[in-house]
Design a protein. Structure first.
Ligand code: C5P
Length: 227
């Protein structure tokens, strides 16, 4: 069977990672959550005082980039990889609303993007990979055999994200989550370097009214045509 590269892009909280994990499991492919990498750099920046409320020391962070080591390590119990920042598991802290509030301004920095894109391309060298993010089909793997662009209404997405955060015990309101989703979408689509945009050859999926199972089955049909 032919091994392919699957690029999944789209707006915040459109269920990209849920779908990507399902596909990777079904196909025996590697799954890479590139958002986790941008979140880990943001967490580093917050921990080291490069970003605070209304403050960003961009040059300082750029100088520190060589001291940021990102690695995915498989968690055998969960069955998927977790994000490590300088050898520390940061899966939990990178998912907080505070990191979500800062991540898009960190992801605007070209030097950050260049570092992460290089690592992402190296991970995909042997294909058999499902990668999700904002620029996977346009910048990281412009030759990916299958490109998906996910969308859903902002309210649907915020509601899903809100439920996830509440389940994890985080103290947030629906309004805060909705505002964060809208703010990130705005910055991600308007930035100069690698803005979020649908690749010309990507297939758009609006899953506002679709179950996870329906979506998975639809995408598996698309994959079967390619492998
Ligand atoms: O996917 P997730 O919502 O966790 O991504 C967090 C943020 O990281 C996005 O809002 C975006 O600013 C940034 N990002 C990016 N390019 C990617 C993946 C994520 O700019 N490939």
């Amino acid at each position: 069977m032919k091994k392919i590269t699957i690029a999944i892009d789209g707006f915040s909280s459109t269920g990209k990672s849920t779908l990507a994990k399902q596909l990777a499991r079904q196909l025996g492919y590697v799954y890479v959550d590139t958002g986790a990498m941008y979140r880990a750099v943001t967490y580093f920046a917050m921990q080291n005082g490069f970003v605070k409320e209304n403050y960003l020391d961009k040059e300082g962070l750029i100088k520190e980039l060589s001291n940021i080591q990102l690695q995915f390590q498989l968690n055998y119990d969960l069955g998927f990889a977790e994000m490590y920042l300088n050898d520390v598991n940061v899966e939990e802290p990178i998912r907080t609303i505070d990191v979500s509030r800062n991540v898009s301004q960190i992801a605007e920095i070209s030097e950050v993007r260049a570092k992460l894109v290089e690592q992402q391309q190296a991970m995909g060298r042997n294909k058999a990979i499902v990668m999700d993010g904002r620029d996977i089909g346009t910048v990281v793997f412009p030759d990916a055999e299958l490109k998906l662009f996910m969308n859903a209404s902002a309210e649907t997405r915020a509601q899903r994200r809100f439920e996830e955060l509440v389940e994890k015990g985080q103290n947030v309101t629906f309004q805060e989550v909705l505002e964060n989703v809208q703010q990130r979408d705005y910055i991600d689509t308007h930035r100069e370097d690698s803005p979020l945009v649908k690749a010309g050859d990507a297939i758009e999926i609006d899953n506002s009214a679709m179950s996870k199972k329906e979506q998975f089955e639809l995408v598996m049909k698309l994959i079967e045509e390619k492998i």
